[in-house]
Design a protein around this ligand. Structure first.
Ligand code: FAD
Length: 500
């Protein structure tokens, strides 16, 4: 390994003459601008090289030794010219796990994006195509991942061109497969839930000619890709294309089939299923326990978004209040705005710094005219003739961090105020609903599925799980990673039981 420590001492000693500074100074962006734009320059100097970023990175896990964010940071620091032309620069999928685990709180994805922009400015994008080839070969759902994870448009690349290239690369993959003999395994595998976790597991197992069926409770496949993420951020045509590709591998899909209701595990076992993957996500919305929460016009965000994504004619109020501060709240607010609401206000009990929603989505929402009121907590919802008419709020102040690590919001007595509204959308969090599982499958205290982090197996042999059902609400790329990891373990399990 290069002596990064010495490099750092040199850098700290002579900030204006560092290799890092001088090599980038010659690019289109000047040194001052670079300093200004790399938000975390100071922290990057103090990177401990602990490797937590790489250890927590979904992409590093899926691509193996070929990708290490820690190594890329080292290159950015000591040899930025190399970093600018490296395939690795284009691999980060923006899940921010590295940032949330980094002892220095480095905004690693932002640093990579910054360099990507410089590479595009300089016309040095050859490495991007190489990265794309690796992504298509190793990452299930590359079209979806491009839209919701890699965001090439943020670096200045055209999404349409990227999609065209992915389709071309997949065509090559299909042609390669056609020349192989098709041998279907005798063991049947049931995948419960058709979100990215289930789809990734189905893709990996289908690629190896296992006999796979995906059971989906809803009328359409795709999980949150179809139900939650709005059309303007993820065109549903791409979700359909990804799923058609998996169907072409021989995977069967059964919609309107809720396991635990329409079919039991005994039924599945009788039908010859020998391994199960639980990828049922987190779809149970938290309830708001305040007066008026059951009035007409109070809806939960997932139902609201699902209706909008189905293209249903939704009557959206003119003055909409969204309660919450995560991505779901921001998507619901923007969707309400797109559907014609004239005044949309997000009410969040903590400050902007604590807001869990992606900063870019928040920025976009504000630019579209969505108003965000920070440090406020709903007290009661008032109605007229059974329908919501006003919401009463109390201002909050932040106290010490609670068990989640975020600062507690304490109501300030006497600071109540009211806001007129004709629709309240609740986006205060979701949890998995795993009541349908056999009793021996153990859950964590927070209601998520307990899985062995290495094998993805639950407490019952042959039952595997992953995605939001196991992590709680997370991200598409993490769900894909879980599905891919579980597929490997399912294969080993079937081999070990001679049921392959
Ligand atoms: P899901 O996608 O939730 O899929 C689970 C599926 O299982 C569902 O289709 C459900 O109907 C089905 N199911 C449940 N129970 C049963 C049963 N008993 N029988 C059969 N089927 C069942 N992530 C990002 O990375 N980027 C984003 O921009 C982003 N935006 C988001 C916006 C919104 C509004 C939401 C809600 C989420 C967003 N996410 C985003 C998070 C991401 O969508 C999820 O982390 C991901 O979809 C989880 O995948 P999953 O496969 O675990 O579960």
């Amino acid at each position: 390994m290069k002596n990064l420590y010495i490099c750092k001492l040199l850098y700290l000693g002579q900030p204006n003459n560092s290799k890092w500074a001088s090599s980038l100074d010659s690019s289109h962006a000047g040194l001052q601008e670079i300093r200004h734009r790399i938000l975390e320059t100071e922290k990057l100097k103090n990177c401990f090289e602990c490797g937590i970023c790489t250890a927590s990175c979904s992409m590093a896990e899926m691509l193996g030794k070929e990708y290490s964010p820690r190594k890329l940071l080292e290159d950015i620091y000591s040899n930025p010219e190399k970093a600018l032309t490296s395939e690795a620069l284009w691999v980060c999928a923006w899940c921010y796990r590295c940032h949330s685990r980094c002892p220095q709180g480095l905004k690693v994805p932002e640093i990579f994006l910054f360099l990507r922009k410089i590479a595009v400015e300089r016309g040095q994008t050859q490495a991007f195509d190489k990265a794309l080839q690796r992504i298509v070969k190793n990452i299930p759902l590359p079209l979806v991942a491009t839209f919701v994870c890699y965001h090439p448009e943020r670096a200045g690349l055209k999404n349409e061109q990227v999609i065209k290239r992915i389709e071309q690369l997949r065509e090559e993959f299909v042609n390669m497969r056609k020349s192989r003999t098709h041998k279907v395994s005798k063991a049947k595998i049931a995948i419960i839930g058709s979100g990215p976790a289930g789809l990734a597991a189905a893709y990996e197992l289908g690629k190896k000619d296992y006999n796979v069926t995906v059971f989906e409770a809803l009328s359409q496949t795709g999980g949150m890709l179809r139900k939650g993420i709005p059309q303007y951020r993820l065109p549903k045509k791409l979700v359909t294309e990804e799923i058609d590709f998996i169907k072409d591998l021989g995977v069967e899909f059964k919609t309107d089939t809720q396991i635990g209701k329409n079919l039991s595990f005994e039924d599945l076992e009788k039908q010859g299923y020998r391994a199960f993957f639980v990828g049922t996500g987190a779809h149970k919305s938290h309830k708001l326990n305040i007066e008026g929460a059951d009035l007409k016009g109070v809806v939960n965000a997932l139902d609201f978004l699902w209706g909008a994504n189905l293209g249903k004619k939704i009557e959206v109020g003119l003055r909409v209040v969204v309660v919450g501060g995560g991505n779901v709240a921001v998507d619901a607010a923007r969707t309400a705005h797109h559907l014609g609401a004239s005044e949309v206000t997000i009410m969040y009990r903590r400050s902007k710094d604590e807001m869990p929603a992606n900063a870019r989505e928040v920025e976009d929402a504000e630019q579209e005219g969505v108003r965000i009121e920070f440090l406020v907590s709903p007290k009661r919802i008032l109605g007229k003739n059974g329908r919501v008419s006003e919401i009463e709020y109390v201002r909050t102040r932040l106290d010490e961090p609670d068990e989640t690590g975020r600062r507690k919001a304490i109501p300030i007595e006497g600071s109540e105020f009211k806001l007129q509204t004709d629709e309240v959308i609740l986006a205060i969090g979701e949890t998995p609903n795993l009541e349908f599982l056999p009793k021996d499958v153990e859950l964590n205290d927070d209601g998520t599925l307990w899985i062995n982090p290495l094998t993805m197996e639950t407490t019952v042999p042959g039952f595997f799980g992953g995605g939001d059902a196991a992590t709680g609400p997370a991200s598409v790329i993490e769900a894909i990673r879980d599905g891919k990891r579980a597929a490997e373990s399912i294969e080993s399990y079937l081999r070990s039981t001679n049921e392959e």
